[in-house]
Write a protein that binds this ligand. Structure first.
Ligand SMILES: Nc1nc2c(ncn2[C@@H]2O[C@H](COP(=O)(O)OP(=O)(O)OP(=O)(O)O)[C@@H](O)[C@H]2O)c(=O)[nH]1
Ligand SMILES: [Mg+2]
Length: 394
């Protein structure tokens, strides 16, 4: 079911990004990262400015011709738009350019399809792909036709389009049922964990921020780390022993990205539920990225969407080893004494002790919240307080 989705490796692509009013360099750079993460090779990037999208071809005649010539010159086989295209625009472009035309959403879907490892993850991706495809099923653009051959599938009096819609709806329903079942199993496990009163911590953040690296550091595991967008797709949960405290559970989660396709947000809700039920979020940010403020906002926006915005957060400014001006680790507390921000490097390990301290304090706080006494009370003496460094740059 991968018609709109690039699956060939070594595919040469052209990227197209149009500015409507304000320039958006970052978003186009990110599209390039996404393409590279999908093992595509980017031949060239076409930019343009328009007041509004052309209803038929999105980019209009002039740009269309430019892209057509570039396709010939570069031997690219696919054009990726940094926008959502309407099904009609996508069809027109594909016919006029005589190549495969996809948008940002299907590129992300494709990456997800390649990375999903667990049974549940795969089902979620398939569901997202089908839901995306469902919006593209328009007359003269029926994808299932070619794949299934149609023989014996069409009900009496049904057009191919109707058959496609029916088959699709059936599969979507089946997938939803399966996922619901898996979700229930997950709930049982979660309840068991709650009963054992283990504190649960979820590592969240923008894609490529270093979540898995931090997770591995903490639990000494070997979760897949890569300089790719969406290296991690399935939530991994491990137990972590906090010295002098006890066991907590910690989860590594799928990375967030701006304008995450809504079909994916919905499909990954189950995976992200781990986040919703956490007692504490470690919000990891690539502090060396020029876009970090925007990325923080994006993540918070998505956390709100999944109902996780009221959970206590510690902002982890990661990758400080990459920042010339300020390589030292530090942390700051809010006016109630809670650690709310830590600068560290998951790669070098500098600042990790601050994170352990924050986790221990959260552990004790959590115990108290549950109406019990902490196993060991925190020794908040002056020597610890005096190590607080308040040299935050913002
Ligand atoms: N210099 C430096 N690089 C880091 C640090 N932490 C992670 N990285 C690198 O950043 C890249 C992404 O790391 P991951 O841990 O896979 O990031 P992630 O947030 O899990 O990414 P996704 O799963 O794709 O969302 C890898 O190349 C890491 O080696 C750090 O503290 N310093
Ligand atoms: Mg990861």
């Amino acid at each position: 079911m991968n018609h709109d989705i690039v699956t060939t490796t070594d595919n040469i692509v052209i990227l197209v990004g149009i500015n409507f009013g304000k320039k958006d360099k970052e978003s186009l750079a990110e599209l390039k990262e996404l393409a590279l993460s999908d093992r595509l090779s980017v031949a060239t990037i076409v930019e343009g400015t328009r007041r509004q999208p052309d209803p038929a071809t999105f980019i209009g005649k002039g740009k269309l011709e430019e892209v057509r010539q570039l396709l010939v010159q570069t031997q690219a086989t696919t054009v990726i738009f940094n926008h959502e295209l309407s099904p009609i625009q996508q069809r027109n472009l594909s016919l006029k350019l005589d190549c495969r035309v996809i948008d940002r959403t299907s590129l992300i879907l494709d990456i997800f399809a390649q990375r999903a490892k667990s049974h549940e993850g795969k089902l979620q991706v398939e569901l997202a792909q089908l839901e995306y495809l469902a919006t593209r099923l328009v007359r003269g653009w029926t994808h299932l036709e070619r794949q299934k051959g149609g023989i014996g599938l069409r009900g009496p009096g049904e057009t191919q389009l109707e058959t496609d819609r029916r088959l699709l709806a059936k599969r979507v329903e089946l997938l939803k049922e399966k996922l619901a079942k898996l979700g229930r199993q997950r709930n049982v496990q979660r309840r068991a964990r709650k009963r054992s009163e283990m504190m649960s911590v979820a590592i969240v953040g923008y894609t490529n921020a270093g979540k898995s690296t931090l997770f591995n550091r903490l639990v000494r595991s070997d979760t897949y780390v890569a300089n790719k967008l969406f290296a991690t797709l399935d939530t991994t949960t491990r137990r972590l022993f906090l010295p002098e405290r006890g066991l907590i559970v910690i989860s590594d989660t799928v990375g967030f990205i701006r304008d995450l396709p809504h079909t994916l947000v919905a499909s990954f809700r189950a995976t992200l539920e781990e986040t919703v039920y956490a007692d504490l979020l470690l919000h990891v940010v690539d502090a060396s990225s020029p876009n970090r403020e925007e990325q923080i906002n994006e993540v918070n926006k998505l956390l709100k969407e999944i109902g996780a915005d009221s959970i206590t957060q510690i902002l982890i400014l990661n990758k400080i080893d990459r920042i010339e001006e300020e390589r030292s680790a530090s942390y700051i507390r809010d006016e109630y004494g809670k650690i709310i921000k830590i600068r560290l490097s998951a790669r070098t390990g500098i600042g990790l002790d601050y994170l352990y301290r924050a986790l221990m304090e959260a552990f004790d706080h959590n115990k108290n919240k549950l109406g019990q006494h902490a196993v060991t009370s925190v020794n908040m003496n002056d020597s610890i307080r005096s190590t607080v460094i308040n040299n935050e740059e913002d």
